[in-house]
Each structure stands twice: as structure tokens, then as C-alpha cells.
Design a protein around this ligand. Structure first.
Ligand code: IMP
Ligand code: ZN
Length: 344
């Protein structure tokens, strides 16, 4: 069933946007996945998983493993980075904070550093091309929950060393049923010491102890926060930590039962800072414009509320204050054009 009207979608496409929660390997074009699967002679049984429609959370992690089998070499990493940035730019995203997990693949001569360099190269190529000129991009390095303290520290060290080249923070992600907070906390503390910002995937599954520990850590942002009890909800509200909310992702992976029941509504109504994001636009067949249109439809948001939601995301980026100011000015210019076409 269509979750929004065509007019609503047109407005959301014209709206300038900020994307703060997008995983590189989850944001691949469908055509690129198919092309790479063919080139790598992927087992047809695995290709079937790619073609499957709605997926549970655990099926999504199987799909990530498959995608990782076809995005193995440096050139492919550079290519997909460039394509993903072009796709967000085409969706009128003015600022993108892309995240990815640096990988060691000795069979491809790949280290975490060379993987990250390949991503940085893709960022540079995109911004030099005509389709990536209107978008500003920064990178977050992700720690995968399967990683131990040493591996997490390696990623943080890499991010700190490459800070001046556009790496602004650290993310913690991966299968939420795997691993322990105590393994990554020292690395996340180190990230903070090094001046990096931190965002954590939190409460994707019900894990009150871990969620409380994450809130106690006070990251700059949190992702998802789907499974909270009343005590955690109050704790979270009191911290005021902004939340990256990914509607399609939460529905498709069955973390939330339906759009109207999504916790966007209580958070937004309480005035808690929320940011609409895609999570994995490739895996969930979505775009940031679609996520805005879904929110507009499910929660009866006006054009003016959508504008405010989009513009407020600038406050929660990991940019420096003067860079945020520049982005706000860009938004104001875009607003004049938008007002010429839609009531605001
Ligand atoms: P990559 O880091 O560029 O390889 O992007 C894919 C990876 O992002 C996955 O293997 C997960 O570790 C992580 N990821 C993507 N979506 C989710 C999510 O919904 N929850 C937790 N982790 C995720
Ligand atoms: Zn995510």
C-alpha cells in the first residue's frame, strides 16, 4: 500500500534535506548490486535473498553479508561511495553524513586504512563530478558490534588521524543481538578524547541495561531507540539527545509494528529533537524524500512542519558552527525557490 500521496512526495523531493544516518553498503543502487553479483558469480541462492521483498532484522544482516561479498575491492568501494553520494544529491540532500565500517580483507590487500582511503577517494570523485557539486559530505567510521576492544580502538585511531580529511565521528552499529557494551566503551571514550563526535545505534532490540549504559555515556546522537520501557524513555527525554529515526527500516525489520505506531510521534509531540533518516536506502528501497513523505502522511505533518524538521537537522550535524551557518544560508536560498512552487 502506498504510504503517501504523489503531491506530498513532490514537495518532499523539492525540500532541501540533511541525511545523518546512512550506511554506505546499505545504500547501494539496485542495479549496481545486480551487476556486481553477476560479475562475482554469486551463488543463485544468495541472489534470491537480494531479490526478496520485506525482510526481518536478521535477514537484513544476512543481506549485508552478501553485499559485503560483492563489494570487496578498493575500486568497487570508491565506485559505490561515488554513486551513493550522487544518489543522495539527486534526492536534493544538501548535506550527507555517510557512515561505513572499515574492513580488513587480506585476500584483497585491504586494511582498515586502505578501505577508508578508498571511501575518501569516492567522496572526492563525487564532489568533483557535476552530480555531486551541490552536496557537502562528511564521513563517520562505524565500529561493528562483532569487533573487540582492540579492533574498535583501531577504527577510532584511524578516524582521529583522518579527521582533517572529513571524518567527523564514530558510529556503533551491527547486529544488535551481538556483543557487549563494555567491549566498545573504551574506544568510544577515546573517540571523545580525540575530539570526534559519537552516535550509537541504540535500543533496536529490548536491552535495558545496555540502553541505560549508552544514555549514561551521553553520545551526541542516538539511532533508532525503538525498544524502551517507561524509565528509559524518561531518562532519554531528560538527556535531550537527538534521535536519528528511520521509519521504513524499523517497519521492514519489524522493530515497530506500523507507521502510525512509530515512536516518531511521541518524540516529535514532546518536542524531543528527531531527525528523519534512511538507514539503508538500497536495502529498504527508500529515499530521504520518501521518508519525509511517509512521515507527512502517517503523522499529518504540514509543509511548514516538514520544512522545520528538515532545517532543524542542521543543528544536529557534526559540522563546525560556521559550517552549520553556511548550510542554513543555503537552505534559506532554497526556501525562496520552494515557496515559488509549494505553499509553505
Ligand atoms: P557498511 O558499514 O558500509 O558495510 O554498511 C553495512 C553495515 O552497517 C552492516 O553490516 C551493519 O553493520 C550496519 N548496519 C546497517 N543497517 C543497520 C541497522 O539497521 N542496524 C544496525 N546496524 C546496521
Ligand atoms: Zn543504521
Amino acid at each position: 500500500m502506498q504510504q503517501y500521496g504523489e503531491e506530498q512526495l513532490k514537495f518532499c523531493q523539492a525540500l532541501p534535506k540533511v541525511e545523518l544516518h546512512a550506511h554506505l553498503n546499505g545504500s547501494l543502487r539496485d542495479t549496481t548490486i545486480r551487476e556486481l553479483a553477476l560479475k562475482r558469480n554469486l551463488d543463485p541462492a544468495l541472489t534470491k535473498v537480494i531479490e526478496m521483498g520485506d525482510r526481518t532484522l536478521s535477514e537484513c544482516f544476512k543481506l549485508f553479508d552478501i553485499i559485503h561479498r560483492i563489494t570487496t575491492d578498493h575500486d568497487t568501494i570508491t565506485r559505490i561511495t561515488c554513486e551513493v553520494i550522487e544518489d543522495f544529491a539527486a534526492d536534493n540532500v544538501h548535506y550527507l553524513e555517510l557512515r561505513t565500517t572499515p574492513k580488513t580483507r587480506s585476500e584483497h590487500g585491504m586494511t582498515k586504512r586502505s578501505y577508508t582511503e578508498a571511501v575518501l577517494k569516492g567522496m572526492q570523485e563525487a564532489q568533483q563530478g557535476s552530480r555531486g557539486q551541490n552536496i557537502t559530505v562528511r564521513l563517520l567510521l562505524s565500529i561493528d558490534r562483532r569487533e573487540d576492544t582492540a579492533a574498535a580502538l583501531e577504527t577510532v585511531q584511524l578516524a582521529a588521524e583522518l579527521h582533517s580529511r572529513g571524518i567527523v565521528g564514530i558510529d556503533l552499529s551491527g547486529n544488535p543481538t551481538v556483543g557487549k557494551w563494555s567491549a566498545w566503551e573504551p574506544a568510544l571514550q577515546e573517540a571523545r578524547r580525540q575530539g570526534l563526535k559519537v552516535t550509537l545505534h541504540a535500543a533496536e532490540v529490548y536491552n535495558p541495561e545496555e540502553t541505560a549504559a549508552m544514555l549514561h555515556f551521553r553520545p551526541e546522537r542516538l539511532g533508532h531507540m525503538c525498544c524502551l520501557d517507561e524509565r528509559l524513555e524518561v531518562l532519554h527525554y531528560n538527556t535531550g539527545i537527538p534521535v536519528e529515526l528511520c521509519l521504513s527500516s524499523n517497519i521492514i525489520t519489524e522493530s515497530v509494528a506500523s507507521y502510525p505506531e512509530h515512536h516518531f510521534h511521541p518524540f516529535y509531540s514532546a518536542g524531543h529533537p528527531v531527525i528523519l533518516c534512511t538507514d539503508d536506502s538500497g536495502v529498504f528501497c527508500t529515499s530521504l524524500s520518501k521518508e519525509f513523505a511517509i512521515a507527512a502522511h502517517a503523522f499529518q505533518l504540514s509543509n511548514s512542519q516538514l520544512w522545520q524538521l528538515s532545517e532543524a537537522a542542521i543543528d544536529h550535524t557534526f559540522l563546525k558552527e560556521e559550517e552549520k551557518e553556511q548550510l542554513r544560508k543555503k537552505f534559506q536560498i532554497a526556501r525562496a525557490t520552494l515557496e515559488g512552487c509549494f505553499p509553505l
